[in-house]
Design a protein around this ligand. Structure first.
Ligand SMILES: N[C@@H](CCC(=O)N[C@@H](CS)C(=O)NCC(=O)O)C(=O)O
Length: 230
C-alpha cells in the first residue's frame, strides 16, 4: 500500500474529515500536526492555499481540499463509502456540497465578538439544521445518512456536529433537540470511533482553549480549559 502522510492543525474540522475517511478504510497513515502560526517551508511548498489538510502520497503527490481527498481515497481504496446507485451518489454529493454552509452556521457563534453578534449567529442555526432534518427525513432510516451503511456524507458532517456539541456545552444553544433526526444522526456519528482523532475529553479541552484564546463572546463562559461534564 502507498505511504500516506496527513498534514494537520490539531483542531481543524476539514483535516478531521480526511482522517475519518482514512480510518473508515483502515488505511495506515502518519498524522503530522503543524502549528497554524508557524507553517514550515516544506508545507508551504506543497499546499497551494497554505491550508490543511494536505494528503501526501508516497512522498510524491500532494492532494489538498478535504472533499477532493475524500473522493480520491474512495476511488482508490476499498471499501467504497459512496453508494453504488448513481442517483443516490448524486444526492450524497449534493448534500456534501452543503457542508461549508452548514459549517459556517454551526461555528459562527464561536467567532461572534459580542452578545448581539452571538445572538444573530445562534438565530441562523435552525435554518441549516432544518435543511438537514428534511434531507434525513427523505433518506429514511438511520443511523447514518444512507441508513445502515456509513458514507462520505457522514464523514463530512461529523466534525461540525461535534463542534455544535462543544459550543452547546460552552453556552447552551438548545437547538439540535428540535431536530430529532439530526440529533440522532449526530449521536450516531459522535459514537463512531472513526470520528475521533484524539481522546474526546482531550480534544474538547483543546477546542475550548482555542475559543478562550480567541477572546470571543463565548470565551467568558469557559472558566478554564477543563471539559464540561457530560
Ligand atoms: N475547503 C478547505 C478548507 C480547509 C481549511 O479552511 N483549513 C484551515 C484550517 S481548519 C486552514 O488551513 N486555514 C489556514 C488559512 O486559512 O490560512 C478543505 O475542505 O480542505
Amino acid at each position: 500500500m502507498a505511504k500516506y502522510l496527513l498534514v494537520s492543525f490539531k483542531t481543524c474540522p476539514w483535516v478531521q474529515r480526511a482522517a475519518i475517511v482514512l480510518r473508515e478504510k483502515n488505511i495506515p497513515f502518519e498524522f503530522r500536526h503543524i502549528e497554524p502560526d508557524n507553517r514550515p517551508d516544506w508545507f508551504l511548498a506543497i499546499s497551494p492555499h497554505k491550508k490543511v489538510p494536505v494528503l501526501r502520497i508516497d512522498e510524491k503527490v500532494s492532494l489538498f481540499e478535504s472533499s477532493a481527498i475524500a473522493e480520491y481515497l474512495d476511488e482508490t481504496i476499498a471499501p467504497r463509502l459512496h453508494p453504488d446507485d448513481p442517483v443516490e451518489r448524486a444526492v450524497n454529493r449534493a448534500w456534501t456540497d452543503y457542508v461549508p454552509t452548514f459549517a459556517s452556521a454551526v461555528t459562527a457563534t464561536g467567532y461572534a465578538a459580542d452578545e448581539v453578534a452571538y445572538a444573530a449567529a445562534a438565530e441562523k442555526i435552525p435554518a441549516a439544521f432544518g435543511q438537514i432534518e428534511r434531507a434525513l427525513e427523505k433518506q429514511g432510516a438511520g443511523p447514518f445518512f444512507n441508513g445502515a451503511k456509513y458514507s462520505l456524507v457522514d464523514a463530512a458532517y461529523a466534525p461540525f456536529l461535534q463542534r455544535y456539541r462543544f459550543l452547546d456545552r460552552v453556552k447552551p444553544l438548545g437547538t439540535i433537540e428540535k431536530f430529532p433526526r439530526l440529533k440522532a444522526w449526530a449521536d450516531a456519528l459522535l459514537a463512531r470511533p472513526s470520528t475521533h482523532s484524539f481522546p474526546e475529553a482531550e480534544f474538547e479541552a483543546m477546542y475550548r482553549a482555542n475559543l478562550k484564546r480567541r477572546k470571543v463572546y463565548a470565551s467568558q463562559f469557559i472558566a478554564d480549559v477543563a471539559v464540561a461534564a457530560e
